[in-house]
Design a protein around this ligand. Structure first.
Ligand code: COI
Length: 351
């Protein structure tokens, strides 16, 4: 059930301390935004609804339930020390949702609709944006096929909705395990799309990794079972002995927005050699002095141990590295408007 959102002036203010110890989890806030698409009519204008108690009604025949037409995004609103609310590269999320949707034969909202929805959700939930340093307001835009199907075919109806939750760090552990018997994506498959199914495909490996005491699985390529791809929900980077920053090239991995930002910062701000290329597991284990993973939710976290074929390999001296730290500080400095933003990545939400 969805109830139209009513102005929040009458809402109680939050209990003091609600943002003290934030985990990364789903939490209902005040408002979500939703619109529908149908063949012939296109997108409805869309509007805000109450998030508390919100549920979606779906036909048992909805495509998303059978054939998995579902793509999503993740982006964050931060509260700066000056009290502004800012978004990081939101139009890039809108563009990526369009290309993910195209891969799954889905119509996607135009970028301006995407941005309007995201900003409306932030504005309506501004009291849920944590204080600087306490976390962020994680925004989840989702697009699903709701039209009924029985045979394999695209839906003729879709829902696009955006909600947000105050959130702390996602993952954050520094030990990963290569599970070479399971791949996340194949060449020419859907690996580059932010398709829900890609994450479903990781759940078993993630569960095994956690049960063995690792933060997550690190996937190898599906053709040769040799080249690093990414984690279940984050891109991967290594810094080699000669100082080169290396990350797997695009193709079957998610084109991460933080991944792209880190490459840009490394090249243009720090003047480092930063390459997108194949990175074999053997080269990683013998040559890397630092490693880390990136994502909107994960931000940038060091990897200090990689397990491969049952053996734990320390990366460098087995501690988070200094260049990893430099990159994290540069990224967060830009995101919080504490450092210059030469690429115009940060946009302010007018309240
Ligand atoms: C994100 O980083 O925003 C993601 O969508 C990854 C997800 C696994 C939390």
């Amino acid at each position: 059930m969805l109830k139209p959102f009513t102005d929040q002036s009458s809402r109680p203010s939050q209990e003091p301390g609600w943002d003290e110890h934030l985990s990364f989890g789903y939490r209902e806030t005040d408002a979500l935004w939703l619109t529908r698409w149908s063949a012939g009519s296109g997108w409805e204008p869309g509007q805000l609804y109450e998030h508390q108690g919100a549920t979606l009604e779906l036909s048992p025949g909805a495509n998303v339930l059978h054939y998995g037409q579902a793509v999503f995004e993740g982006l964050k609103a931060h509260r700066t020390r000056e009290g502004k609310i800012v978004l990081f590269r939101p139009a890039d999320n809108g563009r990526r949702m369009r290309s993910s949707a195209a891969r799954l034969a889905m119509p996607a909202p135009p970028i301006d609709t995407f941005l309007r929805a995201v900003e409306a959700v932030v504005r309506a939930n501004v009291r849920w944006v944590p204080r600087t340093g306490k976390g962020s307001f994680y925004i989840r835009p989702v697009l699903i096929g709701t039209g009924e199907v029985l045979g394999v075919a695209p839906a003729d109806k879709y829902l696009f909705f955006v909600f947000g939750s105050p959130a702390g760090q996602y993952m954050g552990g520094d030990r990963v395990i290569v599970l070479s018997a399971a791949h996340r994506a194949a060449p020419h498959g859907t690996g580059a799309a932010k398709a829900a199914g890609n994450y479903a495909a990781c759940l078993r490996s993630q569960k095994i990794a956690k049960s063995l005491g690792y933060t997550d699985a690190l996937y190898l390529d599906a053709s040769e079972n040799r080249f690093i791809e990414e984690l279940s929900g984050a891109n991967f980077f290594a810094i080699l002995r000669d100082g080169t920053l290396v990350t797997p090239q695009l193709g079957s991995i998610l084109p991460g927005i933080v991944r792209d930002s880190i490459l840009t910062i490394a090249r243009e701000q720090f003047g480092w050699l930063a390459l997108e290329r194949k990175l074999a597991i053997d080269e990683l284990l013998s040559d890397a002095v630092e490693a880390f993973y990136t994502g909107t939710a994960a931000v940038l976290s060091p990897v200090t141990t990689i397990n491969y074929h049952g053996v734990d390999h320390p990366i460098g001296d087995g501690k988070p590295g200094p260049r990893t730290q430099e990159l994290l500080q540069a990224l967060e400095g830009i995101q919080l408007q504490e450092q210059p933003d030469p690429w115009g990545w940060v946009t302010e939400v007018t309240l």
